[in-house]
Design a protein. Structure first.
Length: 401
């Protein structure tokens, strides 16, 4: 049976399924009906994997869990717009990326998908390439191209096919579609891996805002997808005693209050990405290294004054100031404490900042699903690939005919 036949059969069967159950709070009684698949984590990759599994293997009874709400309140899912760009992907991954772009355009409803060029200033000699900014009037408040010779424009690259979208909206839409196709969803539930399944603690909040465990269930399932983002590798290592090569890092997302419009491109300089959002820019610093075990994010100092920015973030911003003078003005929100600047833990597949999204079997029926820095561009295809692998489907929609 071909991949297309299998998917068509799965979609026909799924239409006959009744919608799944949703447990959003502990006041709802829960009895384990017996699941074939547990998907731990309701970010964009976990929800997408759940959706694709319902499409490809509707005979498998599936439960999607998340420690928070939907979309999950922590992590990079809801902090900033996603940026789709295949500019730096290896050639063999380009078909996947284009398939993901088509999915973002049509498969999830309104996710604020907007074609938006990405202007990349080379890793070396950014100042030489900054003259190209004169072509973008919307960025004149960020950089000063007049200082630089126009003769060196080839150092800049433009991805005219780049786009922005809302990852949180993708996660929400994917989960809703999966539920309509029969997947169950449990929110406010913390999962701990155990052999053959997961121990799930249903959480509640007291009137003093203390999170407590209301009830605990041990759920057995032949397949477990760990889509817990940066916490996934640690869960596999700590709970199951397996070793993974993956890591995580903490990334802050400061804001630059320089006016932007719908025509403002996404900008990359010295590894720093400026994503147009809500009339300004969200700043996404590069990832230099994994954070050590037990690391607790802390602030830094700017001209002797404590700020909410960690030292690495400050160094990145200072290094980019020659090309982007606006970073040295009051337009930059530096914060008074660490809580003033949004931040998120980010998974590093393969242990490094350049790792591409992946899935792998860590033991038995337990599979790890990781996004990382390129989750915006390849996350959905990797989630589909895992779902197809678990469903026993050969061929992928982005394969060449």
């Amino acid at each position: 049976m071909t991949q297309g036949d299998t998917r068509a059969q799965g979609e026909t069967q799924a239409k006959q399924q009744t919608p799944g159950r949703v447990w959003a709070h502990v006041g709802q009684a829960f009895t384990d009906p017996g699941y074939d698949v547990l998907v731990l984590g309701a970010g964009r990759m976990g929800t997408a994997c759940a959706l694709y599994l319902r499409q490809l293997a509707p005979h498998l009874k599936l439960l999607l869990l998340d420690e928070g709400g939907l979309p999950n309140e922590e992590g990079a899912t809801i902090l900033a717009p996603g940026v789709w760009s295949a500019l730096d992907l290896p050639p063999q991954r380009q078909p996947e990326a284009r398939w993901v772009r088509a999915q973002l355009e049509t498969a999830f409803g309104d996710v604020s998908f907007q074609a938006r060029p990405l202007l990349h200033l080379g890793d070396e000699g950014e100042e030489d390439a900054a003259a190209l900014l004169a072509l973008w009037p919307e960025l004149e408040g960020v950089a000063d191209p007049a200082e630089l010779p126009r003769a060196r424009l080839p150092r800049a690259r433009v991805d005219t096919e780049a786009a922005t979208f809302r990852p949180g909206a993708v996660a929400l839409a994917a989960a809703q579609q999966a539920i309509r196709l029969g997947a169950d969803l449990m929110l406010n539930a913390r999962a701990r891996l155990v052999p053959g399944g997961a121990c799930v603690e249903r959480l509640t909040v007291t009137n003093t805002h203390e999170v407590v465990t209301h009830e605990t269930h041990t759920l057995r399932a032949g397949l477990v997808v760990v889509a817990m983002g940066a916490n996934g590798p640690h869960a596999a290592e700590h709970d199951l005693g397996v070793h993974t090569t993956h890591a995580r890092a903490y990334r802050q997302l400061p804001r630059l209050n320089v006016p932007t419009s719908g025509a403002t491109p996404t900008l990359r300089a010295r590894g720093l990405t400026l994503r147009p959002q809500n009339g300004g820019f969200t700043l996404v610093p590069p990832i230099h290294h994994r954070d050590p075990h037990g690391y607790v994010p802390g602030g830094g100092h700017l001209t002797g004054v404590p700020t909410g920015l960690r030292r690495e973030t400050l160094e990145d911003l200072v290094a980019a100031m020659p090309a982007l003078p606006a970073l040295g003005t009051e337009a930059l929100e530096s914060g008074r404490s660490i809580s003033d600047i949004p931040g998120a833990w980010l998974a590093l597949p393969g242990g490094g900042a350049d790792g591409l999204p992946l899935h792998e079997q860590v033991t038995g029926g337990v599979y790890l699903l990781l996004g990382g820095p390129q989750a915006d561009t390849l996350g959905l295809s990797v989630a589909y690939d895992l779902a197809a692998t678990l469903a026993g489907v050969t061929g992928r929609p982005w394969d060449k005919a």
